[in-house]
Design a protein around this ligand. Structure first.
Ligand code: GLU
Length: 527
């Protein structure tokens, strides 16, 4: 394979489609200039599900040729987020593969050999124009209200002039002779497309003065050498495609098929940006959203499916996706839908053993984090958190929460910490708190364990026991109990709390509350 790759690198004339027997090979090609956001995730996802729905391969290629814009750690972050989202590459920098390296900065020799081919054939040329000259051109164009573009001056240097310049060590870039006639092409989403690129830009740079290729050149060379059959990418690249097609032609290669995906927009129609809330995948992970929910949600706004806005897992996305269903409408993200989508996926996970284990360990992980973060500030003793208990909590609260993280909010701390209710807090609710609590203890200790399984029945029992505490309004009784059980003034119903905590825990908390109220009490308390 290594030999074949070199052969292709040197001659570059093998037709990819025949060579790869029409296998579907797609790539996600992020630049490590920032972290993965929802737009990138959607491009990666559509590539992934397209590949998998055709029994093809999903390739990750890191496009790091713009060395000035690299963000340290971004590459690792991109890979980690793809993995978290379930979009594991079949070939890539970490996975390896027959067509590597999968990082452009490690493929410089390949670009070098192909640029030589283009220069030799006269399709590309060295340009020695200085930055100052280009700047002057730009300024002049702007002054004349024209689109700034290179005037292709160095196209007309003789080979002797170019050679002399190079021998005298003049810095240069290599440019591509852009055709005046640009071919029409058939985009799989946008249909017949044509852009007269030469009208808006001069000959594009293929190799920069630092010896690195530009995106356009590296992208074409790599898509060809990696046997990419379909390029699915954001529509911001649609106008660059004719330029890419001209390059394929000049290199004597047959191009892949192109499908440009409509832009992802905020609800108000603006381009997706951080200004309207966090858009980074990491943010959604940290906020406790499930990857399958985020991935599903991303498909809501666009298209590619007969029915939009359906709950689908990855398998269903793969089965039901069709490129022909992708429309050219911009895809508007309605973030308000995400919590509900997440809740539905969470409820679905609770229906199977594997899903339950996953949620339990995720909850445990978040709680451990919470504990380290709160080491000093929180009041109360930490409970022993057995798997059965965590599952019980998840089952009991599944319709009330939309993310696991909701369970880490202060309102739910009673589920993990035994409250250390203070006498003054109880007295603030009722000056008869001590009597109420000790009678409640007896009442509640007398309730059979089985009642805890049924919130309605438990509620009815509480009402009955309240009636027995003559003179104590039901609302006050509930307030005292809630405080004893949770340290909270409002929140879930007392019966719900009791049901989740279970009899032993409830009794323990009530007894502890009696103790804390009794302390320092002098004199009797009248009703
Ligand atoms: N590196 C380009 C980007 O990050 C890839 C565009 C393409 O898929 O061709 O947008």
């Amino acid at each position: 394979m290594w030999f074949l790759q070199r052969l292709r690198a040197t001659f570059g004339t093998l037709s990819t489609s025949s060579h790869f027997h029409n296998e579907v090979r797609v790539r996600f090609a992020p630049s490590p200039t920032g972290h993965l956001h929802l737009g990138g995730l959607r491009t990666a996802l559509y590539n992934y599900i397209f590949a998998k729905s055709h029994g093809g391969r999903f390739i990750l290629r890191i496009e790091d040729t713009d060395q000035t814009r690299l963000v340290p750690g971004a590459e690792e972050q991109l890979q980690a987020m793809l993995q978290w989202s379930g979009l594991c590459a079949d070939e890539g920098p970490n996975q390896g593969g027959e067509f590597g390296p999968y990082k452009q900065s490690e493929r410089l020799n390949l670009y070098k050999s192909h640029i030589e081919t283009l220069v030799k054939s006269g399709a590309a040329y060295h340009c020695f124009c200085s930055e100052q000259r280009l700047e002057l051109l730009r300024k002049e164009a702007l002054r004349n209200r024209q689109v700034p573009r290179y005037d292709n001056r160095c196209r007309h240097l003789t080979s002797h002039q170019a050679q002399d310049n190079r021998h005298s060590g003049k810095p240069s870039v290599i440019r591509f002779k852009l055709d005046v006639e640009m071919d029409l092409f058939e985009d799989l989403v946008y249909g017949r497309t044509q852009h007269d690129t030469h009208l808006i830009e001069g000959d594009p740079v293929l190799i920069k003065s630092d010896g690195f290729p530009t995106y356009h050149f590296a992208n074409v060379v790599d898509d060809h050498l990696m046997g990419i059959s379909h390029v699915l990418r954001g529509m911001e690249w649609l106008t660059s495609t004719p330029k890419h097609l001209s390059l394929y032609k000049a290199l004597g290669w047959s191009p892949p098929k192109f499908a440009h995906l409509p832009l992802l927009l905020n609800r108000d129609g603006s381009k997706l940006s951080k200004r309207q809330g966090d858009i980074y995948v990491q943010h959604f992970k940290d906020a406790g959203f499930l990857p399958e929910a985020l991935v599903n949600f991303i498909t809501f706004c666009g298209s590619g499916f007969q029915e939009n806005r359906e709950l689908r897992n990855m398998q269903q996305l793969i089965q039901q996706f069709s490129l022909s269903q992708v429309s050219t409408h911009s895809a508007v993200l309605n973030m308000d839908l995400l919590p509900d989508v997440n809740r539905s996926h969470m409820i679905h996970l609770l229906t199977n053993q594997k899903g339950r284990c996953r949620l339990i360990s995720e909850l445990r992980e978040k709680l451990a984090k919470l504990k380290t973060e709160k080491e000093d500030g929180s009041r109360g003793e930490t409970m022993e958190l057995k798997d059965e208990y965590l599952l019980k909590v998840l089952e009991a609260r599944k319709n009330h929460i939309s993310r696991i993280n909701d369970l880490c909010q202060p309102d739910y701390s009673y589920l993990w910490l035994r409250p250390d209710g203070r006498r003054e807090d109880f007295i603030a609710v009722s000056e008869n708190a001590e009597i109420i609590l000790s009678e409640a203890c007896q009442e509640i200790e007398g309730l059979p364990e089985s009642v805890y399984e049924d919130v309605k029945e438990l509620s009815a029992q509480l009402r009955r026991s309240s009636d027995r505490l003559q003179g104590v309004p039901y609302a006050v009784y509930m307030k005292v109990l809630r405080l004893a059980l949770s340290n909270l003034k409002r929140g879930a119903s007392v019966a719900e709390m009791m049901s989740v905590l279970g009899k032993a825990e409830v009794v323990q908390r009530l007894n502890a509350s009696v103790q804390s109220v009794v302390q320092d009490t002098t004199g009797s308390v009248s009703r």
